[in-house]
Design a protein around this ligand. Sequence first.
Ligand code: ADP
Ligand code: MG
Length: 245
Amino acid sequence: MIQVRNLDVRFGPNHAVRNVSLHVARGETFGLVGESGSGKSTVLRTIAGLIESWDGAMMVDNIPLGRRRDRAFFRTVQMVFQDPYGSLHPRQTVDRILSEPLAVHAIPDAERRIARALDEVALPRAARFRYPHQLSGGQRQRVAIARALVADPRVLLLDEPTSALDVSVQAEVLNLLSDLRAARGLTCILVSHNLAVVAHLCGRLAVMQGGQIVEELDEAALREGRAVHPHTQELIRLSRDLEEA
Ligand code: ADP
Ligand code: MG
């Protein structure tokens, strides 16, 4: 469903992503993990069409991607960002926020779709006419997920979707994402600096450092301690420390 080959991204002299290749099968959830500044968000944002200064080749659903994305692309691919507050318009109600993608894609039956989207992310019906500041952090992220899903995309790009949330609600939102991708057969890329988060949802993952993929692992290799790169081992130690804390 997603193919990235030899991706390079430069911000002026900063060579932020170097020769990154990855592929994600239909219905698979692929993880990108690594320390802050390693280039994870840049990879995701470049796939999403938010960054134009890249070289390499990318395909989604076997369609090669150019510099600009058309409307059909955003019907297929949606992104959820780390900070639900920053990504939701403060002066729009939840109803308005969820209406917008439907209007953009001229999708009928908004009433029913919005109600279904709210149900899917387990938000109460009463949340529909609230503003983002009237919701909790976890509820805001549920709105951002509902917005991403309301027009029925097939690919979901998740950039640290739980990092800005209280620890107590992180697991709830991760479990919600896990249920939704199974129910909808979504193809996902999940970015996190936290290996435990990625390992929880992803059958396969890549470890990034300094803009490069330094190791690719599947669930079994991770579980059986077959990670070889020192940065991967460092991330494993960090996530164990977090679990014990
Ligand atoms: P991560 O998500 O792994 O923390 P990022 O992809 O955000 O890392 O950043 C990778 C590198 O690219 C960093 O050096 C960062 O400063 C730089 N960078 C990211 N976005 C931009 C941008 N829009 N303009 C300039 N530099 C950027
Ligand atoms: Mg990031």
